[in-house]
Design a protein around this ligand. Structure first.
Ligand code: ASP
Length: 584
């Protein structure tokens, strides 16, 4: 038997028991006549002590062990003379009687403790060592708990967990596909699912009524902190439901997770239309933990001879409370920040609403104190506040203002990680114009139903058509999104037409789905939550990488297994593939 107890288990009540523990050596302290070993496993740390009474044999073995050796210890549980209140086993120690080295360890490339000295790259290369750290393990334990809680909630609501295939064809979710060549079908390729979208709809046609799956999806996109080429969704679909039913059910799941996992009652799930989110927050995933809403000044700020504003489609700004005292340097920093290519603004105008009621702005030449007062009124600003104003093309300016709002919210500590503010963004546009390809793209995906009252606009003003689509946003993070689906083959065919598919192309790619609609399709709707994002939100982390056991780096590489990698010439031959040009 390797162990009678784990390293997190023994307490003062166990004093006097003879026990066997196995684990990793976290630390050894040799104090002359006495040595201490911190023995670690997933469950905790137990102190092992050797003293004058320890046998010669054990002392010899002890002299050979080092950090991260795997050892088995047997001994008697004793009360510690100096107790450690910080750990649950801190009142006891094991007086060692027997010691076996189960496995030696080379010196790890970084120290395995919460505040490790290992940099990102090193930790990822030795991820199995990084995963020994408690902080990292806790994130993955949280993830497992959340998956379990999700399953039990959805099971209790009659959802059927169903697996769908991984080797499929393209599912249009707006990203590039990962493709896999088929050896036995020369010249043919599978695509990895960007989502199980079409399969879950087919399951509804099959009469499953309620489906879910916690499932890996694959999207070949440029990576950011909250993106991975493979990621996990809680994917769901329901039949005979309307938008409201989906929002209700998944508010239910979200509340349940907050309650069960974090002990927090989240009650309010306000809804705002997409257009309002953009107008007020400059984003379709607003962080509503703080106000600082965007206000438009186009009507009142034009016509004073300030050419930047006079030539702009849109003028608007935010009000940073209590920031009128910002120095020249602070204001310059903000202006430089918005001019970075990521934000792409041309400049930033400021108006200080001084505590004495006067105004000082970067456009004093063009605007009187009265003019600026009118601006301040628009923002409900008070003396001591700072207005930050931008202008230009409306969608770009709103987006830049949205980014600036988040930056200021962060700077003013208004984005507290222990506060959770969910909301639904609804009424997304069905289509968006893509300049590059010169055609409309589905904003959600091509299976999303237009609002019935907007269907007549499909021909006359496609960009005005609103979709029955919704996103769940928490603290500025898009946690989930979904839509009511088209379940009529004629409307689906029309939609493909709007997206620039010829009838033949639509038939070739999605004929199976449109055909399935002909055999009795129930009205259906669904949603998918980004599980990695949800877990990182619960863990209070900014990056999803920390909640994934073996994540990829920003270049989409797994540096531990060195993937992606080259394949042999034989493999390529077998697949009928040839590399024409290799990029170095
Ligand atoms: N398949 C969608 C997505 O991956 C979610 C849905 O519409 O249910 O975003």
């Amino acid at each position: 038997m390797y162990r009678t107890h784990t390293c997190g288990e023994l307490r003062i009540e166990d004093v006097g028991q003879e026990v066997t523990l196995s684990g990793w050596v976290q630390r050894i302290r040799d104090l002359g006549g006495m040595s201490f070993i911190d023995l670690r496993d997933r469950y905790g740390i137990t102190q092992i002590v050797a003293n004058e009474g320890t046998s010669e044999k054990v002392v010899t073995t002890l002299s050979k062990i080092g950090r991260e050796f795997v050892i088995q210890v047997n001994g008697v549980v004793k009360e510690r003379s100096s107790k450690n209140k910080n750990i649950p086993t801190g009142e006891i120690e094991i007086e060692i009687k027997g010691l076996t080295i189960l496995s030696k360890a080379s010196l790890p490339p970084f120290t395995i403790k919460d505040d490790t000295d290992g940099g990102d790259e090193l930790r990822m290369k030795y991820r199995y060592l990084d995963l020994r750290r408690k902080v990292v393990q806790e994130n993955l334990i949280l993830r497992a708990k959340m998956a379990h809680t999700t399953r039990s909630y959805l099971n209790s609501q009659e959802f059927i967990e169903t697996e769908t295939p991984v080797l499929i064809n393209s599912t249009p979710e707006g990203a590039r596909d990962f493709i896999v060549p088929s050896r036995i079908n020369p010249g043919k390729f599978y695509a990895l699912p960007q989502s199980p979208q079409v399969f879950k709809q087919l399951l509804m046609i099959a009469g499953f009524d309620r489906y879910y799956q916690i499932v890996k999806c694959f999207r070949d996109e440029d990576l950011r902190a909250d993106r991975q080429p493979e990621f996990t969704q809680i994917d769901c679909e329901m039949s005979f439901v309307e938008q409201e039913d989906i929002l209700d059910t998944f508010e239910g799941l979200t509340k349940h997770l907050f309650k069960e996992i974090k002990g927090i009652e989240v009650t309010e799930f306000p809804r705002i239309p997409y257009s309002e989110a953009i107008e007020k927050y400059g984003s379709d995933k607003p962080d509503t933990r703080f106000d600082m809403l965007i206000h438009e000044l186009t009507g009142i700020a034009k016509g004073n001879g300030f050419v930047v504003f006079d030539s702009a489609d849109y003028i608007g700004g935010i009000c940073a409370q209590g920031c009128a005292g910002y120095s020249r340097k602070q204001l310059d920093q903000l202006a430089n920040w918005v001019k970075r290519p990521q934000i792409g603004a041309k400049g930033l105008i400021y108006v200080k609403y001084n505590t004495d009621g006067s105004f000082k702005s970067s456009v004093d030449k063009f605007y009187s104190q009265d003019d600026l007062k009118k601006w301040a009124e628009k923002f409900n600003a008070r003396p001591g506040d700072l207005l930050l104003v931008m202008s230009g093309n409306d969608s770009h300016t709103l987006k830049a203002l949205g980014e600036l709002r988040l930056k200021m919210g962060g700077q003013l500590n208004l984005r507290n990680n222990n506060e959770f503010k969910p909301l639904w963004v609804i009424d997304f546009p069905l289509l968006e114009w893509d300049k590059e390809s010169g055609r409309y793209h589905a904003m959600h995906h091509p299976f999303t139903s237009p609002k019935p009252e907007d269907i007549p606009l499909l021909d006359s003003a496609p960009e005005k058509v609103r979709a029955n689509a919704y996103d769940l946003v928490i603290n500025g993070v898009e946690i989930g999104g979904g839509s009511v689906r088209i379940f009529d083959s004629a409307l689906q065919a029309k939609m493909f037409g709007k997206l620039g598919f010829t009838t033949e192309q639509a038939q070739a790619q999605f004929g199976f789905l449109m055909n399935a609609f002909k055999y009795g399709a129930p009205p259906h709707a669904g949603i998918a939550f980004g599980f990695d994002r949800l877990v990182s939100l619960f863990a209070g982390l900014d990056s999803i990488r920390d909640v994934i056991a073996f994540p990829k780096n920003n270049a989409g590489r797994d540096v531990m297994i060195d993937s992606p990698s080259e394949v042999t010439k034989e493999q390529l031959d077998e697949l009928g593939l040839r590399i024409i040009q290799k990029e170095d």
